[in-house]
Ligand binder design. Structure first.
Ligand SMILES: Nc1ncnc2c1ncn2[C@@H]1O[C@H](COP(=O)(O)OP(=O)(O)O)[C@@H](O)[C@H]1O
Ligand SMILES: [Mg+2]
Length: 247
């Protein structure tokens, strides 16, 4: 079982879209996958059609109740989030062992999945630290914009602190570029600068801009179901294959 945290301190870089569609991509090739939404905004939860969730990851974090695992399809499950999770950052401050709560909770699913994907909030607070402590590896989606990796040093330094104190085997599994527009002249320059910065950590697959991703999320389904022939379905299938191969 591989636990992958999808992290970037910036919003809108494609964390949630990628978690959802990589998860669906893994499920399509019969890899049993669990998605964990730890963003209070709950975009992943809602993007898979779950609304007004009664029990969320918040209840497990706060009161240690069993993880509320819901089934999406035969090979895909999700642990939903809820807005209550906004309070968790503050409530965790005085808790003993606050960095390892998610890791301990995920012990209960040990061996039940091939992959666990954790969708993080665009923040580097205690919930993101919990994801890093629980994870085997980190994947960072970067938007195809200049300075896409501005502030990434802060993330890398937190990863290194987590390694020192809690999780010595934590790796950076890879970086991938999202929202690429191949017709834009600067796209190539941006890709080159990201490649220089991350060298062999940069995945070959990039995700092109594609409105099918937005529409699929609004419908509460993954892009393979919504638009199986779209560029987005092709890109996420390729990215999924690359993850299976490299991680
Ligand atoms: N490749 C893409 N093409 C077009 N829109 C995208 C793409 N990836 C993400 N989006 C849209 O951009 C917005 C932000 O993406 P999201 O995955 O929610 O980012 P994050 O979780 O990092 O904040 C969403 O509305 C999403 O539908
Ligand atoms: Mg998100």
């Amino acid at each position: 079982m591989k636990i992958i945290a999808i992290i970037n301190h910036k919003g809108g870089t494609g964390k949630t879209t990628s978690t959802l569609n990589i998860g669906a991509g893994l499920a399509r090739i019969k890899k049993k996958t669990l998605l964990v939404d730890i963003d209070p905004q709950s975009n992943l939860t809602e993007g898979l059609g779950f609304r007004d969730v009664k029990v969320s990851i918040y209840d497990s974090i706060k009161d240690d109740v069993a993880l509320p695992i819901a089934s999406v399809s035969e090979y895909l499950d999700i642990i939903p989030s809820s807005l209550d999770l906004l309070g968790a950052e503050i409530e965790l401050v005085s808790r003993l062992g606050r960095e390892t709560i998610l890791k301990r909770l995920l012990k209960s699913v040990e061996g039940k999945y091939d992959y666990v994907l954790i969708d993080c909030a665009p923040a580097l607070g205690m919930l993101t630290v919990n994801a890093l402590v629980a994870a085997d590896t980190v994947m960072i989606p970067l938007e195809a914009e200049y300075f896409a990796y501005r502030g990434i040093d802060r993330l890398i330094s937190i990863i290194s602190d987590v390694r020192t104190h809690y999780n010595e085997n934590l790796t950076i599994g890879g970086v991938f570029i999202t929202k690429i527009n191949p017709r834009r002249v600067i796209t190539e320059q941006i890709t080159e600068s990201i490649k220089k910065y991350f060298s062999d950590k940069l995945f070959e697959t990039s995700i092109r801009v594609n409105v099918a991703l937005v529409e699929a999320q609004l419908k509460g389904v993954d892009v393979f179901e919504y638009a199986p022939l779209s560029n987005a379905a092709v890109d996420y299938a390729n990215l999924t294959d690359e993850i299976v191969e490299k991680i």
